[in-house]
Design a protein around this ligand. Structure first.
Ligand SMILES: CC(C)(COP(=O)(O)OP(=O)(O)OC[C@H]1O[C@@H](n2cnc3c(N)ncnc32)[C@H](O)[C@@H]1OP(=O)(O)O)[C@@H](O)C(=O)NCCC(=O)NCCS
Length: 177
């Protein structure tokens, strides 16, 4: 067999980030001729899962997806690049930020087309949440991302609590009439 200078087994450090790259195919098209939002969401999920599973070394389930922005359309034939990075770890959960880039493979520029944050929970084979390896931010950017992630979670909880309270009031008012 031809040896291209490749090693048969490569060992990796615990990867904090992963990048997936592929071409957007005609099956990914929507009625407007651009890539379907649902296809982009699937790719985001795959990149984020790969990142979470690689960091934790465990099967992870998605607990939350938020802050999803579609910034620019992706065309069929574009080279799509998804960059996923751990930006916070909790006890059994971790937050993964995903950025999507796309562009003509013949050109040297890629445009940022979307981003979001996903929360994963590491699971034991029995389906119980298990502790995740701690990630410690080092650079100023890492620290800013972790702080953003914590603030984002706090806002989410406050918003959910306020909505629950409002719904409870509406329900009790309905029963009182
Ligand atoms: C995610 C799931 C395992 C959490 O179960 P749970 O009983 O709430 O577990 P816990 O209360 O022990 O919480 C576990 C962790 O998840 C986090 N979590 C749970 N629900 C969350 C949510 N909606 N958003 C963000 N984080 C969440 C908790 O904060 C906790 O984090 P920590 O350990 O780092 O502090 C459970 O809700 C589930 O199975 N959901 C369905 C997952 C799924 O089907 N995903 C789609 C396909 S993969």
């Amino acid at each position: 067999m031809t040896d291209f200078g490749s090693e048969s087994i490569i060992s990796l450090e615990r990867p904090r980030s992963v990048t997936l790259r592929f071409l957007a195919e005609p099956i990914d098209v929507n009625f407007g001729g651009k890539v379907h939002g649902g296809a982009v969401m699937k790719w985001i999920d795959q990149a984020a899962y790969t990142c979470a599973a690689g960091w934790t070394g465990a099967y992870c389930v998605t607990a939350y997806l938020g802050g999803l922005h579609f910034l620019n359309p992706i065309r069929v034939g574009d080279l799509v690049e998804l960059r996923a990075s751990v930006i916070r770890t909790g006890r059994t959960s971790l937050d993964v930020a995903v950025d999507v880039y796309a562009g003509d493979p013949r050109e040297r520029t890629r445009q940022r087309t979307g981003h979001c944050v996903m929360v994963f929970v590491a699971m034991s084979p029995e389906g119980v949440p298990i502790p995740v390896p701690k990630w410690t931010p080092v650079t100023d950017l890492d620290k800013a991302l972790e702080a953003y992630s914590r603030r984002f979670a706090e806002h989410r909880k406050q918003l959910d609590a306020a909505m629950d309270e409002e719904l409870a009031l509406l329900t009790s008012a309905k029963h009182a009439t």
